[in-house]
Design a binder for this molecule. Structure first.
Ligand SMILES: Cc1cc2nc3c(=O)[nH]c(=O)nc-3n(C[C@H](O)[C@H](O)[C@H](O)COP(=O)(O)OP(=O)(O)OC[C@H]3O[C@@H](n4cnc5c(N)ncnc54)[C@H](O)[C@@H]3O)c2cc1C
Length: 527
């Protein structure tokens, strides 16, 4: 902290009394006894000197941070992107590459009726109404425009004739990148930024946000040359943000201590799909300087993951895009279906965890027709790694997973009868009732049959910094925007409420990241 000047008089004033009042009081006292002007004033120290100055300083190099950087740079601001890890992209670059857009040209070509209002309704239903309607409305309304922007402006390639129906969505509305990965978006984002002269500064850990006594955020402290996860590594420096800081630091799915404070069930035993750097330092720092952090305990556990691979892997593609959409999920102990395979993630993950607690095992099951919908190459990889296994007969499937044969055969027969007897244009069966079954659903009878084992893993943080629709971070004590501070992406809360629908995170990150970057670039500079 050698670059900081101490507020000696304040420390002296606190003295023994400060010790009695404890840390909370210490951080909330105004510096000179006067009422804070711009909201919660929690920082008594500002740097003696700034090592560098930019108009817009962005924390995090995922979808949200890169979208913010792009818009800020295009608006003429000087920009820097700070990333603590040795590679750029965060969770975004390992993401599954599925992006929702309501009322898109691809839906029109496929004869699917949809609207931003329907998408917003789906998000609010899954979110149990905890979503902030103004944010949901904005993101749904801008979804198609933003996906088209990724194509025309960034050159992102999606599959031409395929849309995904994620659980909780009423219709097929999600574009799929050509390689089933978020890297198909992040790499073009990085390339476009590089052409504009902006390259993320890697191994640069943001340790402190400077919020001055006038209430404005003015810059950051960083550790340059940081070696994750060594907290004290790297050299301390300061960066001044003349117009704004954008917090796009993502979620904390890998931070066991922080996530257990929010939800004690999520112990170290529960694996996560996230990259190792998805930790909570900036969540703590944003709280410390007076951001209103909302809904932090709504942490999504992904139901479609597999115990047979680390992290997110590829199993979710099989379990969702083949077995949920066109196949079934089973309790292997009973040989019966146990859930609407197209229900939202929380409903499905809770059901699996409940069965696991009773010693049951769950599997995702699809036939040859269902897996033909997967992105080319995905099934091969899944079979090579042993995550998905193939069987020539239903009896062989039952035997491999210790399922009672008769019960399993009856389950598949009943499902097939229901599909056969339903209206092919609006198929419905006994369990997939909460959504419209994807068109193209046919009986499960074409060998070989494919199976993956299911294990829920910590996936997404629905909570985070509360922002308005201009992506300004809001102060916990005034409910007003914190001057000079913007936030976007998984670092923010209030968009998804209790449950994030699949494919709605990318669109959230891109819409709000762009808003954060362009609004920060337009802000009045302070120095
Ligand atoms: C495996 C996986 C698959 C997914 N698939 C999909 C999908 O198909 N569709 C969908 O809509 N959503 C999906 N999601 C969710 C979605 O990918 C994330 O919500 C999204 O990528 C978050 O983007 P972001 O820009 O907010 O944060 P991130 O991409 O996580 O980027 C944040 C960055 O900030 C950095 N950072 C954090 N703290 C600091 C600090 N103190 N200093 C400097 N840098 C810091 C992190 O290291 C990270 O690189 C998936 C998530 C995962 C994990």
């Amino acid at each position: 902290m050698s670059d900081e000047k101490s507020n000696l008089s304040r420390r002296g004033f606190l003295g023994a009394g400060g010790a009695i009042m404890g840390g909370l009081a210490l951080t909330q006292l105004p510096l000179d006894g006067a009422a804070p002007k711009g909201g919660t004033v929690v920082d008594s120290t500002m740097p003696r000197k700034w090592d560098e100055t930019f108009d817009v300083v962005i924390v995090g190099s995922g979808f949200a941070g890169l979208a913010a950087a792009y818009e800020a740079k295009k608006a003429g601001a000087s920009v820097v992107v700070l990333e603590k890890m040795p590679t750029a992209g965060g969770n975004s670059i390992i993401n599954g590459g599925i992006v929702s857009a309501a009322g898109s040209p691809l839906q029109a070509r496929m004869g699917i009726k949809d609207s931003p209002e329907l998408m917003a309704k789906d998000m609010m239903v899954a979110g149990l109404g905890l979503n902030h309607p103004d944010l949901v409305k904005l993101i749904s309304e801008k979804s198609t425009e933003t996906v088209l922007w990724t194509i025309s402006e960034l050159g992102v390639k999606y599959l031409d004739n395929e849309l995904v129906q994620e659980g909780g969505h009423t219709v097929k509305r999600s574009y799929k990148t050509y390689n089933s990965s978020g890297s198909a978006i992040v790499l073009p984002q990085l390339a476009k930024l590089k052409a504009l002269g902006v390259e993320p500064r890697l191994e640069t850990f943001v340790t402190r946000i400077y919020r001055d006594k006038d209430g404005r955020v003015k810059g950051l402290q960083i550790r340059e040359g940081y070696e994750f996860p060594k907290a004290d590594s790297g050299k301390l420096k300061t960066i001044r943000a003349r117009k704004g800081v954008v917090l796009a630091h993502g979620g904390f799915g890998q931070d066991v201590a922080y996530r257990m404070i929010q939800d004690p069930k999520l112990t170290a035993k529960v694996e996560s799909t996230n990259q190792p750097g998805a930790t909570a330092e900036m969540w703590r720092e944003a709280s410390r300087i007076g951001c209103n952090i909302i809904q932090g305990d709504w942490i999504q556990v992904g139901p479609w993951a597999s115990p047979d691979e680390k992290g997110f892997g590829l199993a979710p593609h099989f379990a969702q895009e083949a077995a949920s959409m066109y196949g079934i999920w089973l309790d292997a102990t009973t040989g019966k279906r146990f859930i609407d395979e197209l229900a939202n993630r929380k409903i499905r993950a809770d059901a699996i965890m409940m069965l696991m607690n009773q010693g049951h095992k769950c599997i995702a099951f699809a036939d040859a027709k269902a897996v033909s919908r997967l992105t080319p190459g995905v099934l091969d990889k899944l079979q090579k790694s042993g995550v998905v296994k193939a069987y020539n007969t239903l009896e062989a499937v039952a035997d491999a997973y210790g399922m009672p044969r008769a019960a399993f055969l009856e389950t598949v027969a009943k499902y097939n009868t229901n599909i056969r007897n339903s209206d092919p244009k609006n198929p419905k069966d006994d369990i997939k009732v909460s959504t419209r079954l994807p068109e193209g659903t046919v009986p499960l009878e074409t060998a070989p049959f494919y199976v993956s084992r299911l294990l829920p893993k910590v996936h997404h943080c629905m909570g985070g910094i509360y922002t308005n629709t201009a992506a300004q971070a809001m102060d916990v004590s005034t409910d007003k925007p914190i001057e000079g501070l913007y936030a976007a992406g998984e670092a923010t809360g209030g968009v998804h409420g209790a449950v994030r629908l699949g494919s709605c995170a990318v669109i959230d990150c891109l819409v709000m990241g762009r808003a954060a970057g362009s609004n920060a670039a337009k802000a009045k500079a302070w120095g």
